[in-house]
Design a protein around this ligand. Structure first.
Ligand SMILES: NC(=O)c1ccc[n+]([C@@H]2O[C@H](COP(=O)([O-])OP(=O)(O)OC[C@H]3O[C@@H](n4cnc5c(N)ncnc54)[C@H](O)[C@@H]3O)[C@@H](O)[C@H]2O)c1
Length: 350
């Protein structure tokens, strides 16, 4: 069977992509340092091998790639998916060194391992799929909505800049070393697997949908709305929420493409539709049948009013068809996961 190394596979999008890879006939092996990942999800729910380590540990990577490691011995490694970055925008502003070291420096070491492995074994470099982000577009002109892959890239924080730097390195390595690369720029990943056994479990959580749903479990819970005076139809920011299982499918399609044509490709992955913060809250109320307290607050610095993707390139070239394109079904899967999680580990203060 074809094996794929999933770096950061114990995290939110990585764990869902493992399920997508399994459905697509691949055998995933996870590499994760578990700083934010969930060991039990990998070992007990997804039941795939977990290697605990740094994505930038060159020696470990070379062992994994060459099959000189128990988890990959005798396996045919077809690709590597790289989710293993830190993701907190605010923290990247207060501690940029942490982001350039973990995201950028470790990725450079990973790539060095890939290239040294291909040289040593006299094979072509193993394809890589990289998790990039809409944050590389920074504050796009509102006339540029929906955002396409060629929209000006001008990130406004170290997180976004670390991602754009990695993108540029990957593009250069593709040109110079024929490294097959797929760069996937996600908009707001949301929702959970329909089975409800894996979902979004960040700590700390900063994403709107899980924060809204968590607030429902807490007696004192409320949701803070940052800015109600944006130039949008209801005054709150509009974002593009894309279901995590749809993202997972896109990864499998992107990997298969670069395994076959060894190309460089870049895709925006979003819904192509935008929903305001108030629409998210209202839909969550409808799905859960509960009331949610709202705290109206000032705008945050650096939040553009509207961010909506154009996913047309991925649809055309990868034949990607998102299954969960409406907000209600995205929130329904997330709620289902929250309910099942609550049963497993009851949240205090209820
Ligand atoms: N969640 C989103 O909405 C979103 C949007 C755009 C882009 N992304 C990108 O997608 C990727 C995955 O995001 P996520 O939400 O699943 O994050 P996550 O934090 O849930 O998953 C990341 C995983 O990588 C691991 N990790 C981090 N640094 C590592 C290192 N140096 N070595 C080994 N393991 C390491 C963490 O332990 C974690 O399990 C990230 O690269 C993120 O920047 C996410």
């Amino acid at each position: 069977m074809s094996t794929v190394i999933v770096a950061g596979g114990a995290g939110y999008i990585g764990s869902h992509t493992i399920r997508g890879l399994q459905k697509g006939g691949f055998e995933p092996v996870v590499l994760d340092n578990l700083v934010y990942g969930h060991r039990k999800i990998v070992e007990n729910v997804l039941r795939v091998p977990l290697v605990i380590g740094q994505v930038g540990d060159k020696q470990l990577l070379k062992k994994l790639l060459s099959g000189d490691h128990p988890s990959t011995k005798g396996k045919d490694i077809k690709g590597i998916m790289h989710f293993a970055n830190f993701t907190y925008v605010g923290e990247s502003v207060s501690d940029p060194a942490k982001y350039y070291k973990n995201n950028l420096a470790e990725t450079i070491m990973l790539l060095e391992a890939l290239l040294e492995d291909s040289k040593k074994r006299n094979t072509q470099p193993i394809p890589i799929v990289f998790s990039s982000t809409a944050a590389i577009y920074g504050l796009p002109l509102q006339t540029e909505i929906p955002i396409s892959e060629t929209t000006l890239q001008n990130p406004i924080n170290p997180y976004g800049r670390s991602k754009l730097m990695i993108e540029n390195i990957l593009i250069d390595y593709h040109k110079a070393y024929k490294l097959p690369v797929s760069i996937l720029r996600y908009f707001n990943a949301a929702g959970a697997d329909v089975k409800g056994d894996i979902g979004e479990d960040h700590n700390p959580e900063t994403h709107l949908i899980p924060l809204v749903l968590q607030a429902l479990f807490d007696k004192e819970g409320f949701i803070k709305v940052n800015g109600i005076d944006y130039p949008t139809f209801d005054g709150t920011c509009i974002r593009d929420y894309v279901h995590v299982s749809d993202l997972a499918n896109a990864h499998v399609l992107a990997l298969n493409k670069i395994i076959n044509d060894r190309s460089l490709s870049i895709y925006n992955l979003g819904n192509g539709k935008g929903y305001s913060i108030m629409e998210v809250i209202d839909t969550a109320k409808k799905v859960t049948g509960k009331e949610i307290k709202i705290l109206k607050s000032k705008r945050r610095k650096g939040d553009p009013p509207v961010l909506i993707s154009s996913p047309e390139k991925a649809k055309k070239e990868l034949l990607w068809e998102p299954e969960f394109s409406d907000l209600e079904s995205i929130i329904r899967t997330a709620w289902n996961w929250h309910l099942l999680k609550e049963k497993r580990t009851p949240i205090k203060n209820k």
